[in-house]
Structures are given as structure tokens and as C-alpha cells.
Design a binder for this molecule. Sequence first.
Ligand code: SF4
Ligand code: SF4
Length: 411
Amino acid sequence: MLYRKVPKTGDKLSILGFGYMRLPANASGGGIDEERAIRQLRSAIDHGVNYVDTAPAYHLGRSEQVLGRALEDGYRKKVRIATKLPPWSVRSRGDMDLILDGQLATLRTDHIDYYLLHSLTRESFPRLKSLGVLEFLDAARKDGRIRNAGFSFHADLATFKEIVDSYDWTFCQIQYNYLDEQGQAGTEGLKYAHERNLAVLIMEPLRGGNLAGAIPDEIQEIWDASLVKRSPAEWALRWVWDHPEVTCVLSGMNDERHIDENLKVAENAYPRSLSEEELLRVASVRDTYRRLMKIGCTGCGYCMPCPYGIDIPGCFSLYNARYLFPHDIAARFHYFSRHGGLMGGVSYAGLCQACGKCEEACPQHLPIRDQLRDVSREMEGGMRVIIPILKGGLWCMDLAGKVKHILLRDA
Ligand code: SF4
Ligand code: SF4
């Protein structure tokens, strides 16, 4: 494991941080596989990871609870905890202390090493400031409840610079990957923060997994043509680590194979280690993705829950998949089964009532209502007819299974 220094304190952070926001699901799919989540984190710590990032919003508070338990048995002292103040839960200065004290109890610790104001925006930062958040951070640093103050960010570059210059932050956390050089804080924001001695932590290095999941043929061909053989995830991570301004890259890991791969890459991902040819190859992949993607949704989930039950990132993901993998007929089937009610409740795009709540929360500023209309038009054709037929088929299969069971039992 390589380590990079936090400029203001000299603290050495592992270049790979463990994002505790996508914990493994248990076999029934109904909750977190806590034992596995704890085992995964402890194993990563044993291999040199010393930074773990959580938040009250992750798994509706369960992430902080599981992390508190994961860091028992001596693991707490081996790792820096990062967690966040959720601006949407704060109505007064008193709320800030209440939330932080609750987090300390949940995380079973007497201090948070890296404390962030979660996902600051042009609206939320002035509101928090008017409620006294900067005084709160001063006080919490002074009384030792937090060690370092920072913020995470998904808004525009001008707002980012304004926030960087508003307080004596130790660090900030931005979305950054080879598809988002221009978006949000972007490369300019990364350099701006670094020049002001902030440690810069990176989230979404794989853009919600999109850069490492099922890779379109056109993209894979570009990777395959390289003399250096790497997985798409390794290419994406190495591209981020290639920037000397980056301190630590957070990966929301929940699969042992991915954890092992990321740990291996983090052994030698030095800054400025990619060759010109390799950088050109990444640029070529970026241009191709931009051409293929219909909707730039990262799957962050900030737009959720929708009051009408729509799974917004889920609908967008399958819509994108349909364009990225035009030969794959699975996207529409998955759409029907996951969102059309085949396997349970309905959460399809056509339910949208255009209230606009989701658009206010979307860090990518996507025109979600318009895009859901496109999704509905292109993905839901015939759904209301096909779903009952498929359901009838499932019912028949179920009935056949029961009849077979009775016949065998009585034979
Ligand atoms: S605009 Fe549509 S998708 Fe967005 S929150 Fe309202 S109903 Fe849900
Ligand atoms: S629509 Fe926006 S807020 Fe919702 S998951 Fe996608 S990027 Fe995130």
C-alpha cells in the first residue's frame, strides 16, 4: 500500500480508502450481510487501508452502525474514520452537536478523524453558515470530538472555489474520474484545492461502477489494443492516482475480488506514472463513452426517495445499458422485472408526476423529468400487456411446481 500526506498535518493516508456505502447484501437480498461487511473491511485494514468513509445517509444509518462494530477488537486504532454532517437534517446549531454526539456513540469512538459537511451546495452551505456551522466545527475541533474538518461536494466549480476559500479546511472530497474532468469541481477544482494545501479525497472513481461493470465492445476493443493489460477498473483507478494532487481514492467495495484487485493496484500507483500513450488511450475511451451514454447518471441516489416510488437511478441505469449494449435484450427484461412489477412493487419511469423534487437534489443537475419521459417512452412499450402475461407464466410455473410436489409426495 502506498500512502500520501495530508498537506496541512502530515498525516499519511493510504491511497485507497474504503467507502462504506455499498455494503454486501445478505443472501435473501433483504439487508446487509454484516458479517461479510466486517470481514471485508478488516481484511482491507490488515492490507494497509487506513481510511474508511461512512455517512448517516448510507444504508439509512446502518453503515455507521456496522462500522462501529467492525472497528472493535483493536481495529479502531488502525484506521481514520471519516463521517459526515447531513445538512438536510440540520435545523439549528443544537442539531449539529446532537448529530455528532450520536455519531460518536454509534461509531463507538471518542473522536472522528475526518469530519465532513455532506454534499455542500450553493444553497446548503450559506444556510449551514447562518446556523453557525463554522463555529460548530471550531468548537468540535477544540474539544477533540473531531480532528479534521472538510466537506464533500457535487455542485459547480464556482461554488466549490467559494467554499474552499470560506474556512480553514484540512480536506475536501470531490467526484473525479476520467469521464468527469470537466464536471462539478473537475480538474480545475482539484488543482485549486491542492494549491491551497487541502488534501483532496476522490469519490466515484469508477462513476458508480459504470466504468468497471459490463464494458461495451467498442470500449473493450480500445483497452484490448493496449500493450499493457489491465482491467477497466484498474485503468480508471490508475488514471485518478496519476494526479499528484490526489491524496486518497475512495472505493465503495463489497466484493472480495474487487477489494483484492484494488489493493494490488494501490501497491504501485504512483503519481505521473502513466505514459503519454496510456493517457491518450484513456482519453479515447472517455470520448467513446460520451458518445454512447444517453444519460450521465452516476447512481449516487441523492434524488431518492421519489414520493411516487420511482427508482430513478435504476431506470436510468437500464436505459443507459440499452444504448451501451444494443445487442443485449436483457435491459428491457430487467426493466420489466425490477420496475414494472413482475417480481414485486412498481417503480417505473412512467409513474413520474413531474413534482421536480428529485432535480433539486441531483448533483449532476440532470433534467430528470424530461429524461424519465424518454425512458418511459422507450422502455415501457407494451409493458402493461407483457407484465400480466409474464406474471401468468410465473403463476403457471408456480402451480406446476406445486402439482409436481403433491404428485411426488403422494406417489
Ligand atoms: S419529478 Fe418525478 S421522479 Fe422526480 S421526485 Fe417527482 S415524481 Fe419522482
Ligand atoms: S439522477 Fe442524479 S441524483 Fe439521481 S442517482 Fe442519478 S445522478 Fe444521482
